[in-house]
Design a protein around this ligand. Structure first.
Ligand code: ZN
Length: 304
């Protein structure tokens, strides 16, 4: 098995996590969460989504969050932007990096944002122009890359087509999203190979949901294909809009634990991250799906 020496983690709990939680985190709570994650060593944090407040009320304070979040040397705050307007607002608020999303599945894209894939890509072209003018990097997410809640299987060639379009528009990296948490490790091997062979110069990131318990196995399969960049959500915060009650993203602390045990550096202080996960649990008032719960787990860690 090929393993990277180091992985880069993008913490998406404050965005993908919180937007799938019922409880609204007031702005100061969000700011505290982000500050604690940065203090635990996370250097890339998806801090907000500049979506319509009517569509996702959890993100209605995106501007305040990005404006007020404490700045740490070397910490990149990513803002998800669904359209040109969101990009303008995110840039004005001071986001360090933008993330755009388009689905690999036509039906999911229509149901999700009421646009065709082509229409979404046209919108992303506008976002790319704004990002370029502001000298901000942006990454392109291909959601439902491993399966669609409406169409079922998604062809790897289709994922590659969308990824190639994002790259052509200027995405510095492409993220493959297992939006519904249906991916399995063999599929990860196949899809990553297909995209990497088609776009050999494009840094890939993998965004797994642990809906069905295959999250870490999928991470491992992606590592074996040379991927060294992953999304995680502290505590496994969040869920899946298509599977009520399901776990959220791969829990960041579980990902860090596994990496450190295998001698893969993350830069994250596992004990500090576990503390954050437990604090988040106390706020949401339920046990989060992350498996690493106690400080005793942290002493098992290798040096990061
Ligand atoms: Zn997600």
């Amino acid at each position: 098995m090929r393993l990277p020496e180091r992985i880069t983690i993008t913490e998406v709990g404050p965005r993908d996590g919180l937007q799938n939680e019922d409880l609204f985190f007031e702005t100061p709570r969000k700011l505290e969460l982000i500050a604690r994650l940065a203090a635990a060593g996370l250097r890339r944090i998806e801090a907000a989504s500049f979506v319509s407040p009517a569509a996702i009320p959890q993100m209605r304070d995106a501007r305040e969050v990005i404006t007020q979040v404490p700045r740490w040397p070397g910490v990149t705050y990513v803002a998800l932007v669904p359209n040109e307007r969101g990009a303008r607002d995110a840039i004005a608020a001071g986001a360090d990096e933008l993330a755009t999303v388009v689905s690999a599945s036509e039906t999911h894209n229509r149901r999700n944002v009421n646009r065709t894939i082509e229409e979404s890509l046209a919108g992303i072209e506008k976002v790319a122009e704004l990002a370029a003018a502001a000298a901000l990097p942006w990454a392109g997410y291909v959601s439902t890359a491993f399966g669609c809640p409406y169409e079922g299987a998604v062809a790897p060639a289709q994922v590659l087509r969308v990824a190639a379009r994002l790259r052509a528009l200027g995405a510095y990296a492409v993220a493959l999203g297992d939006t519904i948490g249906s991916a399995d490790p063999r599929q990860v091997h196949t899809l990553v190979r297909e995209v990497r062979d088609g776009l050999p110069d494009v840094p890939l990131r993998l965004h797994f949901h642990d809906t069905r318990g295959t999250g870490l196995a999928n991470v491992l399969a992606a590592m074996d294909e040379g991927v060294a960049s992953f999304d995680g959500s502290v505590g496994g915060l969040g869920g899946c809009p298509y599977a009520p009650g399901a776990a959220g993203n791969v829990a960041t602390e579980d990902l860090v634990y596994m990496a450190h045990r295998m001698g893969i550096a993350t830069g994250v202080d596992l004990a500090a991250l576990i503390d954050v996960a437990r604090w988040v649990e106390s706020l949401v008032g339920r046990a989060l799906p992350g498996r690493i719960k106690g400080a005793g787990e942290a002493v098992l860690r290798d040096s990061a």
